[in-house]
Design a protein around this ligand. Sequence first.
Ligand code: PNS
Length: 166
Amino acid sequence: MEKLRSLVAIYPGSFDPITNGHLDLIERGARLCDRLVVAVLRNEAKQPLFSVEERMEMLREVICDYPNAEVDSFDGLLVDYAQRRGATVLIRGIRAISDYEYELQMALMNRRLCPGVETVFLMAGEAYSFLSSRVVKEVIRLGGDISGLVPSPVEVRLKNRVLRGF
Ligand code: PNS
């Protein structure tokens, strides 16, 4: 029988920049839904290393293996954006129990704001349980090796931005 409704999921985040942990989540998320929208938050209050456009460019470069995934940006409330995109699922990654408290608070607030949109937590691969954009930026700033932690085009851009200033 033909399916009438397709499942659209949003994977929101800062992605400053995308790490292999995020990519792992994109791969898992893309398998679960018909359309996965990787959505970068436009947040004027934060001082990111990469502009929203740069982050979206990097995401597009590395999600090309997943034909049902696309990249977008949003501002304002996530649930409003989800509704505009016809999404019924929000995907968030949980690396360790320490993530849970913040994620639970956000999920319950989003549910209160919009009961029709469900948050789904996915467990990142255990190889990435220590990985975050913040830690990657700190390690590269201090001269450490980040190979294998971010996709190679992102590693090049990180080295250019942090070590060479462009
Ligand atoms: O990668 P991050 O920084 O952990 O992502 C956080 C994000 C973008 C998911 C979160 O800050 C967000 O959804 N912001 C949009 C504002 C919003 O909807 N707030 C209400 C939910 S608490």
